[in-house]
Write a protein that binds this ligand. Structure first.
Ligand code: FPP
Length: 241
C-alpha cells in the first residue's frame, strides 16, 4: 500500500466486548479486559502501518447508564491500563491524550490522566486519543460555549479550533466493530468526510489482519470532498506527474 493510501487518522468504535464475553459464559468485564489487549495490539499495528493518529471510543457520555458494577469495572480497567500501558506506549514513542469531560471523573482518575499525558508529551510516532466520558454532542456544545465566552463569532473555523480534538486533523477512516452501523455520538463534527468501515468482528477479535482488511478497503475508496470523480482523477494525475 502506498503511503498516501494509508489513512493519516484512524478512529475506532470498539464495540462487541460484552457479546464476546457472553458467548463464552464470562462476565462482561472479561470482554472489556480482552478488549484492552486488542487495543494494545491495535496501537502497535497502527504505527507499524504508518498511521499517525489513532482515536478510540473507550467510554461514552451515555455509558454511565450501564449497571453500576460495569461502570466501576471500566474505571478500574482505566487505572490498570494506565499503570500497565503507559511505560509501554512511552517506549514505542506514542503520545497519549484523553479526550472528554473530566469533571465527572474522580480526582484520582483525573490525576492519572494528566500524569499519563505529561509522561508521553515528548513522543510523536503516533498520537493516541482515548475518548473517555466523551460524546460528539458534548464536544460541539462545549466548543460553542468556549467560542461564545471568548466573544468570537461562531464559524466552522472557530468551532473546529475549540473542539476537544483540535490538536489533530479530522479522521480519514472511522471503523466500527461489532456489526452495528451507526456512529453512536462519536466524532459527529470531525467525521463529516471520514470513510466509514463496519465489520461484524467483535472488538476483542479485531487483530492485525482485521486492521489490514480495513486499511485495504480504505485504499480502494475515492475521496471526493464534494468534488466530481473527474476533478479528483485530474488532481491525482497532476500530483503523480
Ligand atoms: C463497547 O462494547 C465497549 C466499551 C463500552 C468499552 C470499550 C473499552 C475497551 C475496549 C477497553 C479499554 C478500556 C479503557 C478503559 C482504555 P460493549 O460492551 O457495548 O459490547 P456489546 O455491544 O457486545 O455489549
Amino acid at each position: 500500500m502506498t503511503p498516501d493510501r494509508i489513512p493519516h487518522h484512524v478512529a475506532i468504535v470498539m464495540d462487541g466486548n460484552g457479546r464476546w464475553a457472553t458467548r463464552r459464559y464470562l462476565p462482561r468485564i472479561a470482554g472489556h479486559k480482552k478488549g484492552m489487549d486488542a487495543l494494545s495490539a491495535c496501537v502497535r499495528h497502527c504505527h507499524d502501518r504508518g498511521v499517525k493518529v489513532l482515536t478510540v471510543f473507550a467510554f461514552s457520555s451515555e455509558n454511565w447508564k450501564r449497571p453500576r458494577e460495569e461502570v466501576s469495572s471500566l474505571m478500574e480497567l482505566l487505572a490498570v491500563a494506565l499503570a500497565r500501558e503507559v511505560p509501554r506506549l512511552n517506549a514505542e514513542g506514542v503520545r497519549l491524550f484523553f479526550v472528554g469531560d473530566r469533571s465527572a471523573l474522580s480526582a484520582k482518575v483525573r490525576a492519572g490522566l494528566t500524569k499519563a499525558e505529561s509522561a508521553t508529551a515528548s513522543n510523536s510516532r503516533l498520537l493516541f486519543n482515548v475518548c473517555f466520558n466523551y460524546g460528539g454532542r458534548w464536544d460541539i456544545a462545549q466548543a460553542a460555549a468556549r467560542v461564545t465566552a471568548g466573544k468570537e463569532a461562531i464559524t466552522e473555523e472557530s468551532l473546529s479550533a475549540a473542539m476537544a480534538l483540535a490538536h489533530v486533523p479530522d479522521p480519514d477512516l472511522v471503523i466500527r466493530t461489532g456489526g452495528e452501523r451507526r456512529l453512536s455520538n462519536f466524532l459527529l463534527w470531525q467525521a463529516a468526510y471520514a470513510e466509514l468501515y463496519f465489520t461484524e468482528k467483535l472488538w476483542p477479535e479485531f487483530d492485525g489482519a482485521a486492521l489490514d482488511d480495513a486499511l485495504a478497503d480504505y485504499a480502494r475508496r475515492e475521496r471526493r470532498f464534494g468534488k466530481t470523480s473527474e476533478q479528483v482523477s485530474t488532481a491525482l494525475a497532476k500530483k503523480v506527474a
